[in-house]
Write a protein that binds this ligand. Structure first.
Ligand code: NAP
Ligand code: G4F
Length: 346
């Protein structure tokens, strides 16, 4: 029988943290779930997947290296999945310095603490497709040059190179997953997909609100978070630490997401007008369901990129199992259930 492995997950209270905790518990890991100290514990996602009882919760802030070092010393993890951090690109334009401290220097602090305290630990770094930004090709691979277009993307690129440097300089087993957007019914409300499904579900259940969005023509390569955490785990089971693109290989616009979510909620949406004057109307009644507000536009945006997952398919034997249509349906179904039950979520 193989010995039970210990995994430390930072950001366990977030979307990916919850799905990864459930995956590792099912694989018989001892799971140490770390989150920031808060006046009330943020456990609804872990509770939704019924894993609170199966993990050991610890307080950890990636801003404090002594905190990180103490926990590594105490729990002696075989694997660390560093998912904790300010994850909103939009917020990074308002809080660029804080964002860089947490998701840029935060990763460097973690790498340095692992090197000093337990250098045989395997580390997963949550890199992002935001590192690419503006590119000459729309299908990006692990070798595509980066030109990030947000403070978030710049900080993630710093962390990405810190991981490569620690691999080369100190032989740490540190690997970056360059993940494209991944969503689920557990996605935070300040991301566009969940904002759309939660609001349309409330409207479909009798609510009177209008879904107010930014640029409807921006597009993303969207996949399902449950698929993507499996890829994180596979990356740390390789013989050698390497970086991998994880994506769906397809892109859709925000407008297409709204239309698909509307269909799934029983709302047929037609568009009228242009730019900030554009509105989405319910075909049957003419009632306004969607509006555009310039406050949700960003100072700069990445190109509409698609991820090339050839390397992940060949080396990790990984590929997505949930299609775009199914993803939207899953999110609408869950938000309709919450709306009917009067639940306020995240
Ligand atoms: P999320 O739902 O926003 O979760 C972020 C987690 O980080 C939360 O548990 C949050 O804790 C924690 N956190 C925030 N600041 C922290 C700090 N200073 N120290 C420790 N923990 C902190 O994000 P997610 O979607 O699960 O994403 C996980 C990681 O993958 C993030 O690094 C994100 O940038 C990256 N990523 C995500 C995607 C995506 O599409 N989802 C794509 C590429 C990369 P609280 O409960 O206290 O808020
Ligand atoms: O849902 P979003 O906020 O996700 P974004 O910026 O792509 O970032 C997410 O994916 C990254 C992976 O590439 C992660 F690294 C990051 O942590 C995060 O998980 O915005 C998606 C698109 C953007 O083009 C945005 O301008 O939707 C557009 N959008 C239009 N209206 C909106 C809105 N975004 C938000 N959040 N809110 C709106 O009202």
């Amino acid at each position: 029988m193989t010995a039970q492995k210990t995994a430390l997950i930072t950001g366990v209270t977030g979307q990916d943290g919850a799905y990864l905790a459930a995956l590792l518990v099912a694989k018989n890991y001892r799971v140490i779930g770390a989150s920031r100290r808060a006046s009330t514990l943020n456990l609804p996602r872990l509770a939704a997947l019924d894993v609170v009882k199966d993990i050991e919760l610890r307080t950890l802030d990636v801003l404090d290296p002594t905190n990180v070092a103490r926990i590594i010393e105490e729990v002696a993890p075989d694997e660390i999945y560093n998912l904790g951090g300010q994850s909103s690109v939009q917020t990074s334009f308002q809080q660029p310095i804080y964002t860089s401290e947490v998701i840029g220097l935060g990763v460097l602090r973690l790498l340095e603490m692992v090197r000093l305290v337990k250098p045989d630990t395997r580390i997963y770094n949550a890199s992002s497709s935001e590192i690419f930004g503006h590119v000459d090709t729309l299908m990006v691979s692990e070798d595509t040059p980066c030109q990030p277009r947000s403070p978030y993307g710049v900080a993630k690129l710093y962390a990405h190179w810190a991981v490569i440097n620690y691999r080369e300089a100190y032989d740490l087993f540190a690997a970056s997953g360059i993940l494209f957007n991944h969503e689920s019914p557990l996605r935070g409300m300040d991301f566009v997909t969940r904002k759309i499904t939660a609001t349309l579900a409330q409207i479909a259940c009798g609510g009177q609100q209008i879904l107010s969005l930014g640029n409807l023509d921006n597009a993303r390569d969207w996949g399902f978070a449950g698929d993507y955490v499996e890829a994180m785990w596979r990356m740390l089971q390789q013989d050698k630490a390497e970086d991998f693109i994880i994506a769906s290989g397809h892109k859709h616009s925000v407008r297409q997401f709204v239309e698909q979510a509307g269909q799934a909620a029983g709302l047929d949406i037609v568009w009228q007008g242009e730019g900030v004057n554009e509105v989405g109307l319910e075909r049957k009644t003419g009632r306004q369901l969607v509006g555009v507000d310039a406050k949700f536009y960003r100072p700069s945006e990445p190109d509409a990129l698609i991820g090339d997952i050839t390397k992940a398919k060949n080396q990790l034997q990984w590929q997505p199992t949930v299609s775009f249509d199914r993803l939207v349906e899953m999110m609408i179904d869950e938000d309709m259930r919450r709306a009917r039950d009067g639940q306020v979520w995240f």
